[in-house]
Design a protein around this ligand. Structure first.
Ligand SMILES: Cc1cc2nc3c(=O)[nH]c(=O)nc-3n(C[C@H](O)[C@H](O)[C@H](O)COP(=O)(O)OP(=O)(O)OC[C@H]3O[C@@H](n4cnc5c(N)ncnc54)[C@H](O)[C@@H]3O)c2cc1C
Length: 406
């Protein structure tokens, strides 16, 4: 870069104001090199609203300690934590062929890893709301209701057009527009995708017994059911099951639904009373063949989507946001253009392998627990017992899942 070019702020457009796009924008404007950047965020949807006096929103995520660190760096974690997050200190994972008290049950306790907590269950809208406020504090407004409907190559950069038809040619276009990413498709980046024959049914439940700040997950052959603790004593259920059962759960009376979910979770928290909105999401795994082209890069679900059984999707995306911020900072420090491939490839190299490994791991777990063979069931039980006593392996798997590896 010559001196004149270095004085011009470097134009970045982020398409998508989900948790990942907003975290990235906030990390960039909070960074020590913020003055060298002009960051714009656009989103086709409505502005997400969080209201502390309203009921807990349907969509919640398990935020790992590693992600909490990233959100701290963005300056929002303390507020999120104090407003309405539910820390969990233990996890119990067991197979439908066994029981929650059996020797095969995978037990993770925060104290085993010298941590105060294993993670927090947080509403997605709360994370977005705090990030939006932080951005507003920097005079940074996000344009909502702004759908990007055209993206095409223009030299070594991309030209994009929003609904108001104004063409923009940023130095770096960042696709944070989710699993159906328009930007990824328009840029011609191939996608590898497969559908699980499952949907994730979600709602909130009042359990008969206390959740004990524990995340519970039982693997049935049709998919896992997770009961995640909420701050008000309820649990949020994520039931990955056949599309047909998910449809039935959506239509069931409260009483029927409570029975279905209590049976599926083997009454680990006793009877369950539904109390909250319901939703269902078709499940698939996918990854983009490339994360970067000159002038364009993918982050979050636009680059990779995983089955929710390990609660990792958003956590992987937040790690993308942190690593891309560092790569942009490094490029500026070296006098390089952050929109050029050397910088973007450094990000791709750091994240693609890690995301791919997690995707494959989650996919194998899903396949292993879906297998109905009696032999595989015995092997599964033996493997889980072995894992419980595997010391370093167990610690390493947990460190990756907790986002403590970076
Ligand atoms: C049932 C379920 C449970 C889950 N639980 C967890 C969990 O416990 N922990 C975890 O880490 N992850 C979890 N996940 C995954 C997590 O929800 C996603 O990985 C995460 O929300 C992806 O965030 P994102 O910002 O990349 O994309 P999104 O949240 O999809 O945001 C994309 C944004 O882009 C905007 N957009 C789309 N197209 C355009 C366009 N053309 N122009 C402009 N804007 C556009 C959209 O309006 C949207 O706001 C779960 C997922 C499911 C389905």
């Amino acid at each position: 870069m010559n001196d004149q070019q270095m004085k011009e702020p470097f134009d970045i457009v982020i398409v998508g104001a989900g948790m990942v796009g907003l975290t990235l924008a906030t990390l960039l404007v909070e960074s020590e090199f913020a003055e060298s950047l002009r960051v714009t965020v656009v989103d086709s949807g409505n502005e997400p609203r969080f209201d502390i006096s309203a009921d807990v929103d349907l969509r919640v995520s398990a935020i790992s300690p590693g992600s909490a660190e990233i959100l701290s760096r963005a300056g929002v974690w303390q507020e999120i934590r104090s407003m309405r997050a539910c820390p969990f200190v233990a996890m119990r994972v067991w197979d439908a062929d066994g029981s929650v008290d059996g020797p095969e049950t995978l037990c993770f306790d925060a104290a085993d890893f010298a941590l105060a907590e294993l993670g927090n269950i947080v509403e997605n809208t709360l994370v977005q709301d705090r990030l939006l406020r932080r951005l507003a504090g920097h005079g940074q407004r996000v344009q909502f209701g702004a759908k990007i409907h055209s993206v095409r190559g223009a030299g070594d950069r991309f030209l994009m057009t929003a609904a108001d038809a104004t063409p923009i040619r940023p130095e770096l276009l960042i696709a944070a527009d989710g699993s159906n990413s328009f930007v990824r498709t328009a840029a011609g980046i191939p996608l590898h995708a497969w559908r699980y024959a499952q949907s994730a049914f979600v709602t909130h439940l009042r359990p008969e017994q206390q959740h004990s700040d524990t995340a519970w997950q039982r693997f049935l052959r049709s998919g896992p059911i997770a009961l995640l603790p909420l701050a008000d004593g309820r649990v949020s259920v994520v039931w990955s099951t056949s599309d047909e059962l998910a449809r039935q759960a959506l239509a069931a009376s409260d009483e029927e639904l409570g029975r279905m979910l209590a049976q599926a979770s083997d009454f680990v928290l006793g009877k369950l009373s539904p109390c909250g909105p319901r939703g269902s999401f078709a499940l698939r795994a996918q990854y983009a063949a490339k994360y970067a082209l000159p002038g364009l890069v993918l982050v979050g679900d636009a680059a990779h989507s995983v089955h929710p059984l390990a609660g990792q999707g958003a956590n992987l995306g937040l790690a993308d946001a942190a690593v891309l911020t560092d790569a942009i900072g490094d490029a500026l420090a070296r006098g390089e253009y952050p929109g050029d491939l050397p910088c973007l490839r450094r990000y791709e190299r750091a994240r693609k392998g890690a995301n791919q490994l997690m995707l494959r791991f989650i996919d194998s777990i899903s396949g292993l627990f879906a297998n109905e063979s009696a032999t595989v069931s015995r092997l599964r039980g033996g493997g889980m017992r072995l894992f419980n006593h595997s010391g370093p392996v167990r610690r390493q798997v947990a460190r990756v899942a907790l986002g403590l590896r970076r």
